[in-house]
Design a protein around this ligand. Structure first.
Ligand code: GDP
Length: 434
Protein backbone atom coordinates (compact mmCIF):
# COMPACT_ATOMS: atom_id res chain seq x y z
CA UNK A 1 0.00 0.00 0.00
CA UNK A 2 1.53 3.31 -1.04
CA UNK A 3 2.67 6.14 1.20
CA UNK A 4 2.01 9.49 -0.44
CA UNK A 5 3.15 13.02 0.40
CA UNK A 6 0.95 16.07 -0.16
CA UNK A 7 3.06 19.24 -0.42
CA UNK A 8 2.27 22.86 -1.15
CA UNK A 9 3.97 23.94 -4.37
CA UNK A 10 3.80 27.70 -3.74
CA UNK A 11 3.86 29.95 -0.65
CA UNK A 12 1.18 28.06 1.29
CA UNK A 13 -2.61 28.22 1.52
CA UNK A 14 -2.92 26.19 -1.69
CA UNK A 15 -5.76 24.06 -0.34
CA UNK A 16 -3.68 21.15 0.94
CA UNK A 17 -6.27 20.52 3.65
CA UNK A 18 -8.99 19.95 1.04
CA UNK A 19 -6.78 17.59 -0.97
CA UNK A 20 -5.76 15.61 2.12
CA UNK A 21 -9.40 15.37 3.19
CA UNK A 22 -10.32 14.18 -0.30
CA UNK A 23 -7.68 11.44 -0.41
CA UNK A 24 -8.00 10.30 3.21
CA UNK A 25 -10.62 7.60 2.45
CA UNK A 26 -7.96 5.89 0.30
CA UNK A 27 -5.50 5.46 3.21
CA UNK A 28 -5.53 4.34 6.84
CA UNK A 29 -3.15 6.90 8.38
CA UNK A 30 -2.61 10.66 7.95
CA UNK A 31 0.58 12.16 9.39
CA UNK A 32 1.82 15.75 9.66
CA UNK A 33 5.58 16.21 9.58
CA UNK A 34 6.30 19.91 10.07
CA UNK A 35 5.11 23.23 11.41
CA UNK A 36 2.89 24.32 14.26
CA UNK A 37 -0.33 26.25 14.67
CA UNK A 38 1.08 28.91 12.37
CA UNK A 39 -0.51 26.63 9.73
CA UNK A 40 -4.24 26.77 9.05
CA UNK A 41 -5.92 24.24 6.81
CA UNK A 42 -9.58 24.95 6.08
CA UNK A 43 -11.74 22.02 5.02
CA UNK A 44 -15.39 22.48 4.07
CA UNK A 45 -17.70 19.48 4.28
CA UNK A 46 -21.42 19.76 3.63
CA UNK A 47 -21.30 23.50 4.23
CA UNK A 48 -19.54 23.02 7.59
CA UNK A 49 -16.15 24.66 7.96
CA UNK A 50 -13.35 22.95 9.89
CA UNK A 51 -10.06 24.74 10.57
CA UNK A 52 -7.13 22.50 11.38
CA UNK A 53 -3.89 23.93 12.76
CA UNK A 54 -1.84 21.05 14.18
CA UNK A 55 -4.27 18.16 14.06
CA UNK A 56 -3.98 16.38 10.68
CA UNK A 57 -6.90 16.98 8.30
CA UNK A 58 -7.57 13.22 8.25
CA UNK A 59 -9.20 13.57 11.69
CA UNK A 60 -12.48 14.45 9.99
CA UNK A 61 -12.79 10.82 8.86
CA UNK A 62 -13.76 8.23 11.49
CA UNK A 63 -11.46 5.21 11.66
CA UNK A 64 -8.38 7.04 10.40
CA UNK A 65 -5.29 7.20 12.60
CA UNK A 66 -3.77 10.68 12.68
CA UNK A 67 -0.20 11.30 13.70
CA UNK A 68 1.56 14.53 14.65
CA UNK A 69 5.17 13.79 13.71
CA UNK A 70 8.34 14.74 15.55
CA UNK A 71 9.08 17.55 13.06
CA UNK A 72 6.16 19.57 14.44
CA UNK A 73 6.00 22.08 17.27
CA UNK A 74 2.84 22.26 19.38
CA UNK A 75 1.50 24.81 21.81
CA UNK A 76 -0.48 22.91 24.46
CA UNK A 77 -3.12 25.62 24.94
CA UNK A 78 -3.65 26.04 21.18
CA UNK A 79 -3.90 22.26 20.81
CA UNK A 80 -6.60 22.07 23.48
CA UNK A 81 -8.52 24.91 21.79
CA UNK A 82 -8.34 23.22 18.40
CA UNK A 83 -9.42 19.87 19.87
CA UNK A 84 -12.37 21.52 21.68
CA UNK A 85 -13.45 23.35 18.51
CA UNK A 86 -13.38 20.13 16.50
CA UNK A 87 -15.31 18.25 19.18
CA UNK A 88 -17.92 20.99 19.21
CA UNK A 89 -18.37 20.32 15.50
CA UNK A 90 -18.84 16.61 16.20
CA UNK A 91 -15.30 15.42 15.36
CA UNK A 92 -13.84 12.89 17.79
CA UNK A 93 -10.23 13.53 18.86
CA UNK A 94 -9.18 10.66 21.10
CA UNK A 95 -7.20 7.50 20.45
CA UNK A 96 -7.38 8.33 16.75
CA UNK A 97 -4.58 10.86 17.36
CA UNK A 98 -0.97 10.10 18.24
CA UNK A 99 1.43 12.92 19.13
CA UNK A 100 5.13 12.20 18.81
CA UNK A 101 6.98 12.32 22.11
CA UNK A 102 9.69 14.19 20.19
CA UNK A 103 7.43 17.09 19.22
CA UNK A 104 8.81 20.30 20.72
CA UNK A 105 6.55 22.59 22.71
CA UNK A 106 5.69 26.19 21.89
CA UNK A 107 5.61 27.97 25.26
CA UNK A 108 4.62 31.49 26.35
CA UNK A 109 8.20 32.80 26.19
CA UNK A 110 8.32 31.85 22.48
CA UNK A 111 5.45 34.24 21.70
CA UNK A 112 7.26 37.01 23.54
CA UNK A 113 10.54 36.29 21.73
CA UNK A 114 8.89 36.28 18.30
CA UNK A 115 7.19 39.62 18.93
CA UNK A 116 10.48 41.08 20.14
CA UNK A 117 12.39 39.73 17.13
CA UNK A 118 9.86 41.13 14.63
CA UNK A 119 9.92 44.48 16.41
CA UNK A 120 13.70 44.61 16.37
CA UNK A 121 13.79 43.85 12.63
CA UNK A 122 11.80 47.01 11.98
CA UNK A 123 11.24 47.50 8.26
CA UNK A 124 12.85 44.07 7.57
CA UNK A 125 10.23 42.27 9.70
CA UNK A 126 9.38 38.86 8.28
CA UNK A 127 5.64 39.17 8.76
CA UNK A 128 5.48 35.97 10.79
CA UNK A 129 2.25 34.72 12.38
CA UNK A 130 3.45 35.56 15.94
CA UNK A 131 2.47 32.10 17.16
CA UNK A 132 5.88 31.38 18.72
CA UNK A 133 6.79 28.82 16.08
CA UNK A 134 10.17 30.20 15.03
CA UNK A 135 11.55 30.64 18.58
CA UNK A 136 10.31 27.12 19.51
CA UNK A 137 12.37 25.69 16.64
CA UNK A 138 15.27 27.94 17.72
CA UNK A 139 15.13 26.43 21.22
CA UNK A 140 15.03 22.97 19.63
CA UNK A 141 18.16 23.64 17.59
CA UNK A 142 19.74 25.39 20.58
CA UNK A 143 19.25 22.18 22.61
CA UNK A 144 17.15 23.91 25.23
CA UNK A 145 13.74 22.83 23.96
CA UNK A 146 11.15 20.89 25.92
CA UNK A 147 9.33 18.02 24.26
CA UNK A 148 5.96 16.30 24.61
CA UNK A 149 7.84 13.31 26.02
CA UNK A 150 9.22 15.53 28.80
CA UNK A 151 5.65 16.02 30.02
CA UNK A 152 5.51 12.34 30.91
CA UNK A 153 8.19 12.96 33.58
CA UNK A 154 6.80 16.06 35.33
CA UNK A 155 9.33 15.96 38.17
CA UNK A 156 12.18 17.01 35.89
CA UNK A 157 10.18 19.62 33.94
CA UNK A 158 11.36 22.64 35.86
CA UNK A 159 14.97 21.61 35.41
CA UNK A 160 14.41 21.05 31.68
CA UNK A 161 12.89 24.52 31.31
CA UNK A 162 15.85 26.20 33.04
CA UNK A 163 18.01 26.60 29.92
CA UNK A 164 15.15 28.01 27.83
CA UNK A 165 14.34 30.41 30.64
CA UNK A 166 17.94 31.57 30.99
CA UNK A 167 18.17 32.18 27.23
CA UNK A 168 14.83 34.03 27.13
CA UNK A 169 15.71 36.26 30.07
CA UNK A 170 19.10 37.14 28.61
CA UNK A 171 17.45 38.24 25.35
CA UNK A 172 14.66 40.20 26.99
CA UNK A 173 16.93 41.93 29.51
CA UNK A 174 19.39 42.64 26.68
CA UNK A 175 16.60 44.46 24.86
CA UNK A 176 15.97 46.57 27.96
CA UNK A 177 12.66 44.84 28.79
CA UNK A 178 11.38 43.04 31.83
CA UNK A 179 10.83 39.27 31.55
CA UNK A 180 7.20 38.54 32.42
CA UNK A 181 6.65 34.81 32.01
CA UNK A 182 4.99 33.05 34.94
CA UNK A 183 7.18 29.94 34.90
CA UNK A 184 5.43 28.28 37.82
CA UNK A 185 2.16 28.67 35.96
CA UNK A 186 3.77 27.24 32.81
CA UNK A 187 4.96 24.15 34.70
CA UNK A 188 1.55 23.64 36.32
CA UNK A 189 -0.22 23.85 32.94
CA UNK A 190 2.25 21.51 31.29
CA UNK A 191 1.85 18.92 34.03
CA UNK A 192 -1.94 18.85 33.66
CA UNK A 193 -1.65 18.81 29.85
CA UNK A 194 0.72 15.82 30.07
CA UNK A 195 -1.68 13.99 32.39
CA UNK A 196 -4.66 14.71 30.13
CA UNK A 197 -3.00 13.57 26.94
CA UNK A 198 -0.62 10.89 28.25
CA UNK A 199 -2.19 8.14 26.15
CA UNK A 200 -1.66 10.10 22.91
CA UNK A 201 2.04 10.82 23.45
CA UNK A 202 4.04 8.03 21.83
CA UNK A 203 7.06 7.15 19.72
CA UNK A 204 5.30 8.21 16.50
CA UNK A 205 7.95 6.84 14.17
CA UNK A 206 7.42 3.41 15.73
CA UNK A 207 3.64 3.77 15.41
CA UNK A 208 3.99 4.66 11.71
CA UNK A 209 6.29 1.70 11.09
CA UNK A 210 3.83 -0.62 12.84
CA UNK A 211 1.05 0.71 10.63
CA UNK A 212 3.14 0.12 7.51
CA UNK A 213 3.95 -3.41 8.71
CA UNK A 214 0.20 -4.07 8.70
CA UNK A 215 0.11 -3.06 5.07
CA UNK A 216 -1.54 0.30 5.78
CA UNK A 217 -1.01 3.42 3.67
CA UNK A 218 0.05 6.78 5.02
CA UNK A 219 -0.79 10.19 3.62
CA UNK A 220 1.78 12.73 4.73
CA UNK A 221 0.25 16.18 5.06
CA UNK A 222 2.63 19.08 4.50
CA UNK A 223 2.12 22.43 6.17
CA UNK A 224 3.34 25.78 4.84
CA UNK A 225 4.91 25.06 1.46
CA UNK A 226 7.94 24.68 -0.77
CA UNK A 227 8.81 28.36 -1.16
CA UNK A 228 8.61 28.79 2.62
CA UNK A 229 10.89 25.79 3.32
CA UNK A 230 13.69 26.72 5.71
CA UNK A 231 16.43 25.43 3.40
CA UNK A 232 14.96 25.85 -0.06
CA UNK A 233 12.52 28.73 0.28
CA UNK A 234 13.00 32.46 -0.13
CA UNK A 235 15.23 32.74 2.93
CA UNK A 236 14.95 34.64 5.29
CA UNK A 237 11.26 35.05 4.40
CA UNK A 238 10.58 31.41 5.22
CA UNK A 239 9.12 29.20 7.90
CA UNK A 240 11.28 27.42 10.46
CA UNK A 241 10.78 23.84 9.31
CA UNK A 242 11.27 21.52 6.34
CA UNK A 243 8.04 21.88 4.40
CA UNK A 244 9.24 20.02 1.29
CA UNK A 245 8.76 16.29 0.67
CA UNK A 246 12.25 15.63 2.04
CA UNK A 247 10.96 16.85 5.39
CA UNK A 248 8.83 13.70 5.71
CA UNK A 249 11.80 11.46 6.39
CA UNK A 250 13.12 13.75 9.11
CA UNK A 251 9.81 15.01 10.47
CA UNK A 252 7.97 11.68 10.70
CA UNK A 253 10.78 9.16 11.12
CA UNK A 254 9.86 7.29 7.95
CA UNK A 255 12.75 6.60 5.55
CA UNK A 256 12.76 8.04 1.99
CA UNK A 257 12.67 4.48 0.64
CA UNK A 258 9.16 4.10 2.07
CA UNK A 259 7.75 7.09 0.22
CA UNK A 260 5.99 6.02 -2.96
CA UNK A 261 4.67 9.23 -4.45
CA UNK A 262 4.42 12.99 -4.11
CA UNK A 263 1.53 15.24 -5.05
CA UNK A 264 2.09 18.97 -5.32
CA UNK A 265 -0.80 21.31 -4.56
CA UNK A 266 -0.86 24.64 -6.38
CA UNK A 267 -3.52 27.28 -6.80
CA UNK A 268 -4.48 28.16 -10.36
CA UNK A 269 -2.98 31.54 -9.46
CA UNK A 270 -0.63 32.46 -6.64
CA UNK A 271 -0.69 34.06 -3.18
CA UNK A 272 1.79 34.89 -0.49
CA UNK A 273 1.38 35.96 3.15
CA UNK A 274 3.99 38.10 4.81
CA UNK A 275 6.89 39.95 3.31
CA UNK A 276 9.44 38.72 0.78
CA UNK A 277 9.81 38.49 -2.99
CA UNK A 278 6.77 37.53 -5.07
CA UNK A 279 7.67 38.02 -8.76
CA UNK A 280 4.24 37.28 -10.24
CA UNK A 281 2.37 39.56 -7.81
CA UNK A 282 -0.53 41.29 -9.56
CA UNK A 283 -1.19 45.01 -9.64
CA UNK A 284 -3.48 46.15 -6.85
CA UNK A 285 -6.75 46.20 -8.85
CA UNK A 286 -6.32 42.66 -10.17
CA UNK A 287 -4.90 41.47 -6.84
CA UNK A 288 -7.91 42.90 -5.03
CA UNK A 289 -10.28 41.05 -7.37
CA UNK A 290 -8.45 37.73 -6.84
CA UNK A 291 -8.43 38.32 -3.06
CA UNK A 292 -12.15 39.01 -2.96
CA UNK A 293 -13.14 36.07 -5.17
CA UNK A 294 -10.66 33.65 -3.64
CA UNK A 295 -11.41 34.84 -0.05
CA UNK A 296 -7.69 35.24 0.37
CA UNK A 297 -7.48 36.02 4.07
CA UNK A 298 -5.36 33.87 6.41
CA UNK A 299 -7.14 31.09 8.32
CA UNK A 300 -4.74 31.59 11.22
CA UNK A 301 -4.31 35.36 11.32
CA UNK A 302 -7.10 36.78 9.13
CA UNK A 303 -4.45 38.80 7.28
CA UNK A 304 -5.14 39.64 3.62
CA UNK A 305 -2.94 37.54 1.36
CA UNK A 306 -0.93 39.13 -1.43
CA UNK A 307 -2.28 37.86 -4.77
CA UNK A 308 -0.76 37.29 -8.19
CA UNK A 309 -0.67 35.00 -11.19
CA UNK A 310 0.47 31.40 -11.54
CA UNK A 311 4.26 31.36 -11.46
CA UNK A 312 5.50 28.50 -13.62
CA UNK A 313 9.16 29.22 -12.77
CA UNK A 314 8.48 28.75 -9.06
CA UNK A 315 6.29 25.71 -9.75
CA UNK A 316 9.08 24.08 -11.82
CA UNK A 317 11.44 24.70 -8.91
CA UNK A 318 8.94 23.11 -6.52
CA UNK A 319 8.73 20.11 -8.85
CA UNK A 320 12.52 19.80 -8.88
CA UNK A 321 12.74 19.89 -5.08
CA UNK A 322 9.80 17.62 -4.29
CA UNK A 323 9.73 15.30 -7.31
CA UNK A 324 6.02 15.79 -7.91
CA UNK A 325 4.45 12.84 -9.69
CA UNK A 326 1.25 14.76 -10.14
CA UNK A 327 -0.31 18.12 -9.31
CA UNK A 328 -3.59 19.20 -7.75
CA UNK A 329 -4.58 22.57 -9.23
CA UNK A 330 -6.97 24.26 -6.82
CA UNK A 331 -9.25 27.29 -6.89
CA UNK A 332 -9.70 27.23 -10.65
CA UNK A 333 -13.17 28.72 -10.03
CA UNK A 334 -11.58 31.93 -8.76
CA UNK A 335 -10.57 32.65 -12.37
CA UNK A 336 -14.02 31.86 -13.82
CA UNK A 337 -14.94 35.46 -14.68
CA UNK A 338 -11.69 36.66 -16.20
CA UNK A 339 -11.38 37.64 -19.90
CA UNK A 340 -7.67 36.88 -20.02
CA UNK A 341 -5.45 35.09 -17.51
CA UNK A 342 -1.73 35.88 -17.26
CA UNK A 343 0.74 33.07 -16.48
CA UNK A 344 4.31 33.89 -15.46
CA UNK A 345 6.45 31.69 -17.70
CA UNK A 346 9.93 33.11 -17.00
CA UNK A 347 11.70 36.00 -15.26
CA UNK A 348 13.69 38.88 -16.74
CA UNK A 349 16.81 39.89 -14.85
CA UNK A 350 19.30 42.48 -16.12
CA UNK A 351 18.30 41.87 -19.74
CA UNK A 352 18.44 38.08 -19.47
CA UNK A 353 15.58 35.58 -19.44
CA UNK A 354 15.66 33.21 -16.49
CA UNK A 355 13.83 29.88 -16.68
CA UNK A 356 15.08 28.64 -13.31
CA UNK A 357 14.12 30.04 -9.90
CA UNK A 358 17.14 32.02 -8.62
CA UNK A 359 18.63 30.78 -5.35
CA UNK A 360 20.02 34.28 -4.69
CA UNK A 361 17.34 36.37 -2.99
CA UNK A 362 18.88 39.63 -4.18
CA UNK A 363 18.40 38.41 -7.77
CA UNK A 364 14.88 37.13 -7.13
CA UNK A 365 13.90 40.46 -5.60
CA UNK A 366 14.82 42.23 -8.83
CA UNK A 367 13.26 39.73 -11.26
CA UNK A 368 10.47 40.95 -13.51
CA UNK A 369 7.80 38.47 -14.57
CA UNK A 370 7.42 37.43 -18.21
CA UNK A 371 3.70 36.84 -18.75
CA UNK A 372 1.81 34.99 -21.42
CA UNK A 373 -1.90 35.59 -21.58
CA UNK A 374 -4.44 32.77 -21.89
CA UNK A 375 -8.10 33.40 -22.84
CA UNK A 376 -10.50 32.94 -19.92
CA UNK A 377 -13.59 30.68 -20.08
CA UNK A 378 -16.11 33.08 -18.53
CA UNK A 379 -18.27 30.29 -17.20
CA UNK A 380 -18.76 28.68 -13.79
CA UNK A 381 -16.58 25.63 -13.08
CA UNK A 382 -17.90 24.45 -9.65
CA UNK A 383 -19.90 21.28 -9.99
CA UNK A 384 -17.97 20.03 -13.04
CA UNK A 385 -16.99 16.68 -11.60
CA UNK A 386 -15.48 15.28 -14.76
CA UNK A 387 -12.61 16.60 -16.81
CA UNK A 388 -14.68 16.88 -19.99
CA UNK A 389 -17.37 18.85 -18.14
CA UNK A 390 -14.93 21.72 -17.59
CA UNK A 391 -15.15 24.49 -20.20
CA UNK A 392 -12.70 23.83 -23.07
CA UNK A 393 -10.74 27.01 -22.31
CA UNK A 394 -10.43 25.99 -18.65
CA UNK A 395 -9.02 22.62 -19.73
CA UNK A 396 -6.61 24.44 -22.05
CA UNK A 397 -5.51 26.63 -19.17
CA UNK A 398 -4.85 23.64 -16.89
CA UNK A 399 -3.03 21.80 -19.70
CA UNK A 400 -0.85 24.85 -20.27
CA UNK A 401 0.09 24.94 -16.59
CA UNK A 402 0.92 21.25 -16.75
CA UNK A 403 3.08 21.76 -19.85
CA UNK A 404 4.96 24.70 -18.32
CA UNK A 405 5.61 22.88 -15.04
CA UNK A 406 6.42 19.57 -16.73
CA UNK A 407 4.08 17.60 -14.45
CA UNK A 408 0.69 16.02 -15.07
CA UNK A 409 -2.38 17.42 -13.34
CA UNK A 410 -4.28 14.68 -11.48
CA UNK A 411 -6.80 16.80 -9.57
CA UNK A 412 -8.58 20.03 -10.43
CA UNK A 413 -10.46 21.70 -7.60
CA UNK A 414 -13.27 24.13 -8.41
CA UNK A 415 -14.67 24.93 -4.98
CA UNK A 416 -14.06 24.41 -1.26
CA UNK A 417 -16.46 21.44 -0.97
CA UNK A 418 -15.28 17.85 -1.48
CA UNK A 419 -17.70 17.49 -4.40
CA UNK A 420 -16.24 20.40 -6.36
CA UNK A 421 -13.38 18.32 -7.62
CA UNK A 422 -12.29 16.68 -10.85
CA UNK A 423 -10.11 13.60 -10.41
CA UNK A 424 -8.49 12.57 -13.65
CA UNK A 425 -8.42 8.89 -14.59
CA UNK A 426 -5.10 8.76 -16.35
CA UNK A 427 -2.95 10.11 -13.53
CA UNK A 428 -0.48 8.87 -10.94
CA UNK A 429 -3.41 8.86 -8.50
CA UNK A 430 -5.02 6.03 -10.39
CA UNK A 431 -1.85 3.93 -10.17
CA UNK A 432 -1.35 4.68 -6.45
CA UNK A 433 -4.84 3.83 -5.38
CA UNK A 434 -6.00 1.35 -8.01
P1 GDP B 1 -3.98 24.97 3.08
O1 GDP B 1 -3.33 25.52 4.29
O2 GDP B 1 -3.05 24.68 1.97
O3 GDP B 1 -4.87 23.79 3.40
O4 GDP B 1 -4.93 26.11 2.53
P2 GDP B 1 -5.91 27.07 3.36
O5 GDP B 1 -6.91 26.27 4.06
O6 GDP B 1 -5.12 28.05 4.14
O7 GDP B 1 -6.55 27.92 2.18
C1 GDP B 1 -7.29 27.35 1.17
C2 GDP B 1 -8.69 27.96 1.19
O8 GDP B 1 -9.28 27.77 -0.06
C3 GDP B 1 -9.62 27.29 2.19
O9 GDP B 1 -10.50 28.26 2.69
C4 GDP B 1 -10.37 26.28 1.34
O10 GDP B 1 -11.67 25.98 1.85
C5 GDP B 1 -10.46 26.99 0.04
N1 GDP B 1 -10.44 26.13 -1.14
C6 GDP B 1 -9.78 24.96 -1.35
N2 GDP B 1 -9.97 24.55 -2.62
C7 GDP B 1 -10.73 25.49 -3.22
C8 GDP B 1 -11.24 25.66 -4.54
O11 GDP B 1 -11.00 24.86 -5.44
N3 GDP B 1 -11.98 26.77 -4.79
C9 GDP B 1 -12.25 27.70 -3.84
N4 GDP B 1 -12.97 28.77 -4.17
N5 GDP B 1 -11.79 27.58 -2.59
C10 GDP B 1 -11.04 26.49 -2.29
Amino acid sequence: MPNIVIVGAQWGDEGKGKVVDLLTPKVQVVARYNGGHNAGHTVVVGGKKFILHVIPSGILHPGILCVAGNGMVINPAAFDREKAELEELGVAVGDNLVISDRVHLILPHHYALEALSEEQRGSRALGTTLRGTGPAYEDKVGRRGVTMGDLLCPDSLEEKLAEARRHYEALVLGAGRKPDVDWEGVVAELVTFGERHRSKIKDASLVLHQQMARGYSILFEGAQATLLDLDHGTYPFVTSSSATAGGVAVGAGVPPSRIDGVMGVAKAYCTRVGTGPFPSEAEEGAAEALRARGKEFGATTGRPRRCGWFDAVAARYATRLNGFDTLAITKLDVLDELEQIPICTAYRFEGETLDEFPSDLSVLERCQPVFESIPGWKAPTPGARQWDRLPAAARDYVERLSELVGTEVGIVSTGPEREDTVIRDQSALASWFS
